[in-house]
Design a protein around this ligand. Structure first.
Ligand code: NAG
Ligand code: NAG
Ligand code: NAG
Ligand code: NAG
Ligand code: NAG
Ligand code: NAG
Length: 465
């Protein structure tokens, strides 16, 4: 069935980062190839409900906190590096082999980050490059399983940098991280931020399902909880990049492009997109937040008027829409059903839904189609009913009666990659995650819109089928 995501797992070995300077790349474009580690779809195309919920829980943990501060827009920072400093820019190309796990989990993209290379104690961590947050954190030396650092084989920061003697604590709706603040040099794809703040976690809750070692926040410094400048804004300030932007390509296992996943620092990779970019100005320099005009389903029947704000978030697997918008959108997809679960609404829809009924999102007057391959998290199998309902008997019964209407039962239905939830104080905030970004090469630029920050989208290469 076309809309069912068929995944194959490759037992992977983590390769050491290898420099390949001879590779033909645009000058000064530094890249990290990001591995796709977690998957929410089983190899037979059915959804892995448990890992889907773990992924969703992580999204809600990250976004769902009323205590997550909302910051007013700040002035554009570090608009341009001097021409003289451009001469000193590094050119390096760092590549990694993708790593897969046979177990089904969430979806996330990560790559290697080296701490402490400059002081002769390099340590490599696998971090999620997260455009929805602004801090770097890694496990600290003292963080054991009982402290929430549940992956005993993860590297632990050796404390070789300068300890600031302060702590950073981030509270989430259903989790938290706390760690000791440090300054050390941080290197990604050969680009060095020599005076980088981050925190070494000594206590974490609610992040058990993250398999990467930690997070490298790529949103704006204004929301950094450790009060330090972000990694990328430091690179700009140090004149380490040619262009004040980074480009993200998220591959897809179903299309065989997972190994092409990449973060380009200081430019965009022209081999990863086609056509022209649409520039969407950033509306608040906090998250990579932009205005969302509307969502359309089957253009012929007209757009759904649900304007709002969207955080373009590489660190979230799905798309989360405000509940009123989600209801409106999903009501336009024939035979879809919503299940309210503890504050969020989960949707299922017929797997054979024609592509024209898969939602598109309008930014800056342009329509961006969500790929049907991404909109479906996978088909439901009969044994998933109890898990899917999270023990709610009303929902179990509803699912059974839906199954009864279809010759093949529930396996004709797929879980939607769009969830309804009201996450923050920001009115009508959509979190637009990997389900969208896989289809649209995304450039996060500090100066693309008349010198102000913008997110730019162009069609991703290799993601059509
Ligand atoms: C989500 O997280 C909360 C708090 O950590 C936990 O109690 C709950 O069981 C989780 N739900 C699912 C479906 O995993
Ligand atoms: C930071 O956290 C550690 C460990 O909990 C604690 O011992 C220390 O007093 C804290 N430091 C500050 C400045 O709060
Ligand atoms: C960051 O600044 C805020 C506001 O001034 C302060 O409350 C907080 O303790 C600071 N955090 C760190 C880690 O320095
Ligand atoms: C390093 O960064 C801190 C704040 O993050 C700043 O106060 C300090 O001046 C910086 N030092 C250098 C040498 O740039
Ligand atoms: C079970 O689900 C139904 C339908 O979504 C909802 O109305 C009800 O509140 C849920 N029950 C509990 C105990 O959460
Ligand atoms: C999807 O499958 C159902 C059941 O076989 C069928 O009635 C319906 O016409 C199909 N829809 C599309 C768009 O193919």
């Amino acid at each position: 069935m076309q809309t069912v995501v068929a995944l194959s797992f490759v037992a992977g070995a983590l390769a050491l980062p290898a420099t390949a300077p001879s590779q033909a790349q645009p000058a000064s474009l530094n890249k990290v190839t990001m591995g796709k580690k977690h998957v929410v779809t089983r190899s037979d195309g059915t959804a892995d409900v448990a890992s889907f919920y773990a992924s969703l829980n992580h999204t809600l943990a990250k976004w769902g906190s009323p205590s997550l501060p909302y910051y007013a827009p700040v002035a554009s920072q570090q608009a341009a590096a001097s021409a003289a400093r451009r001469m000193a820019k590094r050119q390096a190309y760092e590549d990694l082999t993708d790593q897969y796990e046979g177990t089904s989990e969430d979806a996330a993209y990560y790559g290697p980050v080296v701490l402490g290379a400059g002081d002769g104690h390099p340590q490599t961590f696998q971090l999620i490059f997260d455009t929805g947050s602004s801090d770097i954190w890694v496990p600290g030396a003292d963080c054991g399983i009982a402290d929430g650092c549940v992956h005993p084989l993860d590297p632990k920061y050796d404390g070789g940098g300068t300890a600031l003697g302060t702590n950073t604590s981030i509270e989430y709706g259903s989790g938290s991280t706390e760690g000791a603040n440090y300054v050390d040099d941080v290197t990604v794809a050969g680009l060095i931020s020599s005076n980088q703040t981050f925190f070494a976690v000594y206590s974490a809750y609610g992040f058990e399902e993250i398999d990467a070692d930690g997070i490298c926040g790529m949103a704006f410094t204004s929301i950094a909880q450790d009060n330090g400048t972000t990694f990328f804004e430091n690179l700009i300030a140090e004149g380490a990049v040619d262009a004040n932007e980074f480009g993200v390509y998220l591959g897809r296992v179903a299309s065989g492009t997972e190994d092409d996943s990449e973060l380009a620092l200081g430019g965009r990779d022209s081999t990863k997109y086609s056509g022209d970019f649409t520039t969407v100005p950033v509306s608040s320099e906090t998250y990579w937040q932009v205005a969302l005009d509307k969502v359309t389903v089957n253009g012929k029947t007209g757009g759904i008027n649900t304007p709002g704000q969207a955080a373009i978030d590489t660190g979230t697997t799905t798309i989360v829409a405000p509940t009123t918008a989600a209801k409106e959108i999903m009501a336009k997809i024939p035979n879809s059903y919503g299940f309210p679960l503890e504050g969020e609404i989960l949707y299922i829809f017929p797997c054979n839904t024609s592509a024209s009924y898969i939602p598109a999102i309008e930014f800056a007057g342009e329509s961006f189609q969500i790929n049907p391959l991404d909109f479906s998290i996978g088909a439901i199998s009969e044994e998933d009913i109890e898990d899917l309902a999270l023990g709610n008997q009303t929902i179990v019964n509803d699912l059974k009666s839906i199954a009864a209407t279809s010759a093949s039962g529930l396996s004709d239905y797929c879980i939607a990659g769009l969830i309804g939830a009201d996450l923050t104080d920001i009115e009508n905030l959509y979190v637009v995650g990997d389900v969208f970004i896989k289809n649209w090469y995304s450039v996060f630029s500090y100066d693309a819109s008349s010198g102000s920050p913008a997110v730019l989208f162009a069609p991703s290469i290799g993601q059509d089928s």
